[in-house]
Design a protein around this ligand. Structure first.
Ligand code: HEC
Length: 137
């Protein structure tokens, strides 16, 4: 089939747009990640340390140890672990909204693609899978 040149450009643009529609929006806004960092510093850093590297007893929340425990899990599960057991010395202290944001911060620090849709409800974390990002994705 011979297609006039100007149609080609239109078709390419249409394909690109449809491709973009296919992609799921990234979870968490950047404001949430920033707030999650503030919550972490206030409520978690005393034990888990700066940069999430872990302390004497508190597990690292970044790197190989994190991936060994959380790869393939849903972000909802990580949320559940934190809301029901953390801070270890006072579980339940941190409100749900702040725990959502701290989950976003932890995931961002581990290289997950974030910075799209605001997450307001823990159930919205069900479809968010904790998977390593492909290089370049
Ligand atoms: C008083 C110290 C302390 C504080 C504060 C604290 N944690 Fe922990 N955290 C621990 C300890 C100790 C463990 C490991 C033992 C356990 O599971 O209870 C742990 C384990 C965890 C785990 C499980 C890690 C894994 O891979 O299994 C997560 C996730 C976590 N903490 C997140 C947080 C977050 C987020 C906060 C802040 C809201 C926080 N913790 C505050 C001490 C603390």
């Amino acid at each position: 089939m011979v297609v006039p040149k100007r149609w080609c450009l239109a078709l390419v643009l249409l394909a690109a747009t449809l491709g973009a529609c296919d992609k799921k929006p990234r979870p968490f806004t950047l404001v949430q990640i920033k707030w999650g960092h503030a919550v972490y510093v206030e409520r978690c850093e005393s034990c888990h340390k700066r940069g999430l590297v872990g302390g004497e007893h508190a597990s690292p929340l970044i790197g190989d140890k994190f991936w060994a425990n959380w790869e393939g899990q849903s972000a909802r599960k990580l949320y559940g672990r934190i809301i029901s057991t953390m801070p270890a010395n006072d579980p339940g202290l941190v409100p749900s909204k702040d725990v959502i944001d701290v989950v976003g911060y932890i995931l961002a620090q581990n290289g997950l693609a974030v910075g799209g849709q605001e997450i307001l409800n823990p159930d919205e974390l069900n479809p968010v899978s904790i998977t390593r990002r492909e290089p370049g994705a």
